[in-house]
Design a protein around this ligand. Sequence first.
Ligand code: KG4
Ligand code: ZN
Length: 328
Amino acid sequence: MVLAIESSCDDSSIAIMEIKSKKLIFHKKISQEMEHSIYGGVVPELASRLHAKALPNILKETKKFFPKLKAIAVTTSPGLSVTLQEGVIMAKALNIALKLPLIGVNHLIGHIYSLFIEKEEIKPMMVLLISGGHTKILNFNGIDKVCEIATTLDDSFGESFDKVAKMLNLGYPGGPIIEKLAKNGINNIALPLPLKNSSSIAFSYSGLKNAIRLIIEENKYKKEDIAYSFQSKAIEHLIFMCKRAIKKYKPNNFGIVGGASANLVVREEFNKLSKKYNFKLFYPKMEFTSDNAAMIARVAIEMYNKRLFTNYKELKVLPRVEFKKCKE
Ligand code: KG4
Ligand code: ZN
């Protein structure tokens, strides 16, 4: 079995997965959403302190599996450096105490593998990653064969929901709050479609966010209608750019991952797209859309099988990582 630790943002999570069967043996996650809610976003120092408290409590519950462990995996990048550090410290302590090899996992690859928990990989696959920190279209062909087709020029998809919710004083995380509120709204606000006149495949959410700020200042519209109009335009932009990528690369498999892949309107729109362009669509189970250690454990199994270990000294936090661009 492998034990995996995730602490890249505001979820403290540990998972244990069986290497051969890929069965999830243990999985627990303590979310800090409540604690950050009053600030309208994640406060890194607070998050770090909460991880330092939560992770050892979860670890206690896994002790009976220690004799069966073959490796310790931990998210090392990307994320908040002070929170990633909490997981890395724990992984290093376990490396010394249990004399087990270390595996450093890229959180974004983790999100891709949220599609393959207790399953085999499906590849090649085009993957749309929509989370609080990232909005990317990736081409996936295995853990070490991921390239980037498109990314955001400014804010990410989930972040724009968080910011709009904050401007409307609705709390954090904004995604589920806006989605729920939009159910009672109508599309009565004209908003700009981002990058409409650009020929590239890219995302941008800051202009839309600013347009919403001005709308809120006008004090003319209901919060429900602002939520509906914003969500519709944010998703229209996703679909517009993904359509471009799909026409260009013609994938047979398309996955949508990351916290915002829980959005049911996103899922509905992509279901329509999959029928039109004839590709197979994949989503993670709802419980694995947001940050979790099960997806990190699933990547760790691939890395274990390829003996991709990192030694104690070299295991370091890397707040930012880039994927290489896909060939045109
Ligand atoms: O993957 P995740 O848990 O953390 C990161 O790695 O960033 O994603 C969290 C993000 C937040 O910005 C949250 O507002 C967004 O995902 N999110 C959603 C929904 N549920 C979560 N965005 C839109 N609609 C949702 N239903
Ligand atoms: Zn994430």
